[in-house]
Design a binder for this molecule. Sequence first.
Ligand code: NDP
Length: 276
Amino acid sequence: MSARLLDGKAVAAELTEALRLHVAGLARKPGLAVVLVGDDPASAVYVRNKTRTAERIGLRHWQITLPASTSERELLDEVDRLAADPDVDGILVQFPVPEGIRRLAVVDRLPPGKDVDGLHIENAGLLAQKRDGFVPCTPAGCMELLARTGVSLRGAEAVVIGRSDLVGRPIARLLEHADCTVTVAHSRTRNLAEHVARADVVVAAVGVPGMVRGEWIKPGAIVLDVGINRLPDGTLTGDVEFAPARERAAWITPVPGGVGPMTIAMLMANTVKAAR
Ligand code: NDP
């Protein structure tokens, strides 16, 4: 069996087109501010993709680029300025930020109502209690892709590899809300292969190329590969050994073109929601 591809690029294009039409009908266009600190090339690409999509769907958008020498105080002042700006509905600070700036100090400073990346403790708490708030974009995108398979998640065994605040943990929450039985694996997990082998849904969010072996995948499973890893030859690859996993799975996301574009689409959706 060869898995069907979960084409995140196509689904994201569909979602952003729907948002474009929605925004076209709004008298006041939602506004997104994206803050980039330092000169990490991968972050610069992510930010460019976000602002391009914002432009395409008709949002007002601002990119604030600060030098790598920016202090935590200066970044927090910038966040405060955007928090107070009535034109700005959503604020996204691109992580990682340079050493010397505490990530959580920045996250804590975001007003929860403009926290379109869903990282603030208030939004994390709302998600934990299955209440309405801002859901982190990559996890929200994963759930949208899962919905597109048409496969019922109720009672399914899900294994999430990775437990970051941004990806692994919120995905595990969302899968639990969808009535999956969820196992969260991490760097201290023993026998990862055994956990993966019984999973109907595998989400890999680690950042280690090919660490999920194709032979571990249960036949017929759904595999979401969140990892984005750049190999020495410049190509992008995921956390899952794609070709052998595809032979066993029923559905699988490619890298690139799987979860990545969905993250951006969900950021746009969150910004429109913030404006509402
Ligand atoms: P983090 O580095 O914050 O988290 C990585 C997680 O993987 C940690 O929980 C860590 O465990 C776990 N881990 C590390 N090594 C192993 C191992 N050998 N076995 C099992 N678990 C392990 O990364 P992020 O969550 O931010 O991102 C994960 C990946 O997703 C990256 O490749 C990133 O580039 C990508 N990403 C993709 C996005 C997209 O739009 N497609 C968006 C965001 C991220 P522990 O907690 O024990 O340290």
